[in-house]
Ligand binder design. Structure first.
Ligand code: ADP
Ligand code: MG
Length: 449
């Protein structure tokens, strides 16, 4: 009874599509005094429902039964995935899930396992990361060569640092001749502290110093952790002096890692320092193409372009969005389309909706055609300025939520009919003149990313 009411409520709240896609998959489990259990057929669905509706479910349940303190979402295979089974799609079709398989046992039990998905082959190379990639490859081929020790990889989150480190590790471990230890700086610290507690620091040091290749990820974590830094510094020196390879990653360059001891920073910068830059549109497309292809689910180029336009922060988010699309398509046996993309990813897309301002548009367009910014609002009517101005109006209409009169005002108090005329003029011209259309598309792309 309670559950039926909650379902009805949710249905009206979230709308039919959302409800059927996600919430209808829930089955009611045990209702205890203060805890309700709900089942979902896959981990993917469970995480999704928890992320999107967890709080709402909690609220609705406690409104029904005041004693309920917790709504527990669990995976129970075999619970009906109605939309899916209705279309004869296996619910357990390979949905991308975490829990990576271990590529190879690493001899040193200090280390974290390597993720077998993070290889050089699966790393898509483009301008922003080609240097880092080349350095990583080089180290994997010939560890401890002069000039490449230590290898210091740095760049923003989700741009592939960990991926490259695992790729180096897997490559070396495959050879079987070298021992590799990979761990995050955080883990390094906890291990170190645990060793101190259990009075086994000697053993810890020996273990560390016995590897051929030591990789420490996210070194910035050691900022402010002076004792651990000290320990790392000694380990570092001992290894390098013994001709072993060190690979380190961080979110900043050694010189920008303020808060790290000077002598450590100096040593970190002594080998090869390689940065991974923010992705470009081209790289995002290549990555999406590679990942879509690997999944085996056809994703139309339009969808890939759309994602590459919209999600510009980092590869992890891009990948997450694509995985969700793919999982959704597999689960429901429906093809991926631009429409379904917008539906499935609406929350992500909303978060990434960058608000472009009319001023930004005017500036970019003026730069592009080399006219003065003031001409965006001037009365001059020569085509050399009138055309770019029309494009700027057109883009303002396309990329912002401003009304026609509002846009007109920003362009030297022009009338809304002028804006309307500009929009239709540019639309027509784009049909007629493909070079012009490309220009406008390029501008749009720049403004959106
Ligand atoms: P970082 O360690 O820099 O925060 P990760 O290495 O964890 O980033 O990368 C985040 C995700 O993006 C991973 O799943 C990784 O496989 C993927 N990724 C990043 N860069 C690339 C790339 N160039 N090609 C393919 N996948 C990539
Ligand atoms: Mg990382």
């Amino acid at each position: 009874m309670h559950w039926a009411r909650i379902c009805a409520r949710l249905q009206t709240e979230v709308g039919e599509v959302e409800y059927r896609t996600w919430l209808k998959q829930i089955t009611l489990g045990p209702v205890d005094e203060d805890e309700v259990t709900l089942f979902l057929p896959t981990r993917f669905l469970r995480d999704w429902v928890r992320g999107q509706y967890g709080d709402r479910l909690n609220d609705l349940w406690s409104a029904e039964i005041a004693a309920v303190r917790r709504v527990e979402l669990q995976v129970q295979r075999g619970t009906p995935a109605r939309a899916a089974s209705a279309q004869g799609v296996a619910v357990d079709a390979p949905v991308p899930e975490p829990a990576p398989p271990v590529v190879a046992e690493i001899r040193n039990d200090l280390a974290a396992p390597l993720d077998s998905r993070f290889t050089f082959d699966s790393f898509v190379v483009g301008k922003p990361n080609e240097f880092a990639y080349a350095c990583a490859r080089r180290v994997a081929e010939r560890p401890s060569s002069a000039g490449f020790n230590p290898l210091f990889l740095y760049g923003g989150v989700g741009l592939g640092k960990t991926h490259l480190m695992h790729a180096i590790g897997s490559e070396l471990v495959r050879d079987g001749r070298v021992s590799v230890a990979y761990m995050s700086a955080e883990k390094f610290m906890y291990r170190f502290i645990a060793a101190i507690r259990s009075q086994s620091t000697m053993q810890f040091k020996e273990q560390l110093r016995s590897v051929d290749v030591l990789m420490i990820d996210d070194l910035q974590f050691l900022i402010g952790k002076d004792n651990t830094q000290e320990e790392f510094f000694h380990t570092f020196n001992a290894l390098v002096d013994a001709g072993r390879q060190i690979v380190v990653s961080a979110d900043k360059s050694p010189s920008d890692l303020s808060g790290l001891e000077d002598r450590l920073r100096t040593r970190l910068g002594c080998g090869m320092v390689a940065d991974i830059h923010a992705t470009t549109f081209e790289l995002r497309i290549s990555i999406l193409e590679a990942k879509a292809q690997a999944s085996g689910v056809p994703v139309p180029p339009k969808v890939l372009e759309f994602l590459a336009h919209k999600i510009t922060t980092n590869v992890r988010e891009l990948e997450g969005a694509l995985n969700r699309l793919i999982a959704h398509a597999q689960m429901f046996g429906r093809p991926v389309t631009l429409e379904s993309t917008q539906e499935v990813l609406h929350d992500i897309l909303k978060a990434h909706d960058r608000r472009v301002t009319i001023e930004e548009i005017q500036r970019k367009v003026a730069e592009h055609w080399n006219i003065r910014l003031t001409d965006m609002s001037s009365a001059r009517r020569s085509q050399a300025v009138a055309r770019p101005r029309q494009v700027a109006m057109y883009l303002s209409k396309q990329l912002t939520s401003r009304s026609l009169p509002e846009i007109g005002r920003k362009f030297g108090n022009r009338d809304h009919t002028t804006v309307m005329h500009a929009v239709s003029r540019v639309t027509d011209l784009m049909q007629l003149d493909s070079a012009f259309a490309e220009d406008v598309e390029l501008l749009r792309r720049m403004l959106e990313s």
